[in-house]
Design a binder for this molecule. Structure first.
Ligand SMILES: O=C(O)CCC(=O)C(=O)O
Length: 207
C-alpha cells in the first residue's frame, strides 16, 4: 500500500521502511489551533479519565498517566493488564473521527485517550500489538495541548531512529507492519508544565 505521506504533500514521512512494510507519517496542522484548543478544553472537562496501573512483571504499578476509551458500543481493549471499555463518542465527535478515518484511509472504531498532566508523565517503549487490535491496521495519533516528543526505534532495544515533537493539533499515523517491528515512547520532559491529551484511534476486533 502507498503510504498516505506520498499522497499529501503536507505530510512528512518519518519512516518509510519498505523492506518490512512499515511507515509512519506526520502532519503538524491536522487541526487548526482553534479546533485543537477547543477539543482539549472539552475533553479535559468531559472525559472520564481513570488512573493507570500497568502490570509489569506480574505487579500492578500505579503511574500518574490517566486514560479512558471512546468508541463504538461494546468495543474494548486489553493491554498491560488493563481493560478499557469504550465510552460513546462525545457529541460532535463523529465528524472528527471521519476526518481521521479519511487521513488514515481506514475506519476506526475505538480511541484510547491518554492524559499527561505535565512533562513528568510519560509512556515507556512499547508496541501496540495486542490481540484485540486488527493486525497491521493503521493507528492514528491525535495530539492536543502541550507539545511532547515521540520517539520510534527499530526492534526492542537500542536508541531511537526517529523523534518528532508532536504539536497540538497534529496527526501521526503508524501504518503497515510498524507495530510488529518498531516500538514507540513518549519520554519525560521535566520542563513541560502543561497538560496534554493524546487520542490514538485504533481498529479493534469486535467479537
Ligand atoms: O501519547 C502519545 O503520543 C502516544 C500514545 C501511545 O503510544 C499509546 O497510546 O500507545
Amino acid at each position: 500500500m502507498v503510504p498516505p505521506s506520498m499522497l499529501f504533500e503536507t505530510r512528512e514521512t518519518l519512516i518509510d521502511d519498505r523492506a518490512r512494510g512499515c511507515w509512519v507519517s506526520y502532519q503538524s496542522h491536522f487541526l487548526s489551533a482553534d479546533e485543537s484548543d477547543r477539543w482539549l478544553r472539552r475533553l479535559a472537562a468531559e472525559l472520564p479519565f481513570v488512573a493507570e496501573a500497568p502490570v509489569i512483571f506480574g505487579k500492578a504499578i500505579p503511574v500518574r498517566r490517566r486514560s479512558c476509551a471512546l468508541g463504538e458500543p461494546g468495543v474494548r481493549y486489553r493491554y498491560s493488564g488493563i481493560e478499557r471499555v469504550a465510552h460513546p463518542w462525545p457529541d460532535g465527535f463523529a465528524s472528527l473521527v471521519e476526518r481521521v478515518n479519511r487521513a488514515a484511509d481506514t475506519r476506526f472504531n475505538f480511541a484510547l485517550c491518554n492524559e499527561y498532566a505535565d512533562g513528568e508523565v510519560a509512556l515507556g517503549w512499547h508496541s501496540d500489538d495486542e490481540d484485540d487490535l486488527v493486525r497491521d491496521a493503521p493507528i492514528a495519533s491525535l495530539s492536543l495541548g502541550a507539545t511532547r516528543d515521540f520517539a520510534l526505534r527499530l526492534g526492542r532495544s537500542g536508541a531511537a531512529c526517529a523523534t518528532v515533537s508532536l504539536a497540538p493539533g497534529s496527526l501521526l499515523v503508524m501504518g503497515g507492519a510498524t507495530q510488529r517491528h518498531y516500538q514507540h515512547r513518549v519520554p519525560v520532559r521535566k520542563r513541560c508544565a502543561q497538560l496534554r491529551i493524546n487520542l490514538t484511534f485504533r481498529q479493534m476486533i469486535t467479537r
